[in-house]
Design a protein around this ligand. Structure first.
Ligand code: SF4
Length: 374
């Protein structure tokens, strides 16, 4: 019996697919080299961008023929897309040959669903479970080991679907994280450990007693071994001076901070519900550069947010010019159903968004050339 997993979206999904792979192997499946050989095909989906959803629909639809030839093939669609009820219903209606449709909250019950399909049983909707800490991940990212430290997000940025599909912030216990990292280090083949969370800087606020992200970083650095530590993603409103100090003082932590700004204009930042201003953001950059002059700094930007004027877009350009990032990711705003921003009037035309994203990327290229950055 063989399994095949198709993963879309962010590192969090890549890492969750490592857990799904481990669950499949625990059930006795081995990895198939291509989907045609598989008895179990899993699509671990992403809901952040519309394009990703369309690709999933296309790829799931293409399996209709295979399912006809191979009656026992089990097809599962899970992840962020299927956490949205409307999308889950759409998949079940449009692709009746799909056996399992479950959202992120139900991933811990994946084994139950596969076994139920195999036994021809009616699937029951289970309460969301806890990820089984005892099933080890099947790590697939070379010398880098992803370590998830928390799930969900409490921020509700108005363009983002994550809090709706991944729920509120839920931190793993520090004890379990340290245990996992000790095991990863003991294996001796991982040179880099990357902590993952939608908003790592608010790690541990929900634990009792609370544990700060700064403390977690310091405690991980106490683990003996030859490894470098990195983390993503940071929210500027939660990146404290204490965390900056820990990064600066601990040799094991890479001097490389990804700090999404999203916009350089205060009115747009407010509409995005980012809860920091351009001035506060620049203050953080100044602190980082003061403590770590050679720190690599990268960022994400969204252009063409509803109502964004040319002048407001120019503020984003001037922020990029001012910070001189090592690298940026620039995206055109795309409305996600169910978010506050998708209902805002004055959506910006595709043509304008395209022009703005091109201008921002051209500026980044020019700065990198001038500064000799890569
Ligand atoms: S911080 Fe904002 S953009 Fe990031 S996951 Fe949370 S809601 Fe989405």
């Amino acid at each position: 019996m063989k399994y095949y997993i198709v993963t879309y979206g962010c590192q969090m999904n890549v890492h969750e697919s490592e857990k799904l792979a481990a669950i499949c192997e625990k059930m006795g499946y081995t990895l198939a080299e291509k989907r045609e050989e598989a008895d179990l095909i899993v699509f671990n989906t992403c809901a952040i961008r519309e394009g990703a959803e369309d690709r999933v629909f296309g790829n799931v639809g293409a399996l209709k023929k295979l399912k006809k030839q191979k009656k026992d093939l089990i097809i599962a669609v899970c992840g962020c897309m299927t956490q949205k009820e409307t999308t889950a219903n759409h998949i079940m209606r449009t692709f009746p040959f799909v056996d399992i449709v479950i959202g992120t909250f139900n991933l811990p019950n994946f084994e139950y669903y596969v076994n139920a399909v195999k036994k021809g049983r009616q699937l029951e909707i289970l309460e969301s479970g806890e990820i089984d800490e005892l099933v080890p991940y099947k790590r697939t990212s070379g010398e880098n080991a992803w370590v998830n430290i928390m799930q969900g997000c409490n921020n509700f940025c108005t363009y983002c679907i994550v809090p709706y599909v991944r729920g509120r912030e839920k931190s793993r216990s520090e004890e379990n994280i340290l245990k996992e990292i000790r095991e990863v280090v003991a294996e001796g083949k991982y040179k880099k450990i990357t902590l993952l969370g939608q908003n790592v800087n608010s790690y541990g606020k929900d634990l009792s007693p609370a544990v700060s992200f700064a403390k977690l970083l310091k405690d991980i650095c106490q683990i003996e071994g030859d490894f470098k530590l990195w983390f993503m993603t940071s929210h500027p409103k939660d990146l404290t001076d204490e965390v900056i100090d820990v990064i600066a003082n601990e040799d094991k932590i890479l001097k490389d901070i990804h700090l999404p700004a999203q916009s350089g204009n205060n009115r747009i930042l407010n509409l995005m519900n980012r809860r920091y201003t351009r001035e506060k953001y620049l203050g953080i950059i100044e602190k980082i550069r003061e403590k770590m002059p050679n720190c690599r700094i990268t960022s994400d930007f969204i252009v063409g947010f509803p109502t964004e004027t040319e002048e407001e877009f120019e503020d984003t350009m001037s922020l990029v010019e001012q910070v001189k990032y090592d690298s940026i990711f620039a995206f055109m705003y795309s409305p996600r159903e169910g978010t506050v921003a998708s209902k805002m009037e004055e959506q910006i035309s595709q043509e304008v968004k395209q022009r703005r994203v091109n201008a921002l990327l051209a500026l980044e290229k020019k700065i990198q050339k001038q500064e000799g950055k890569k």
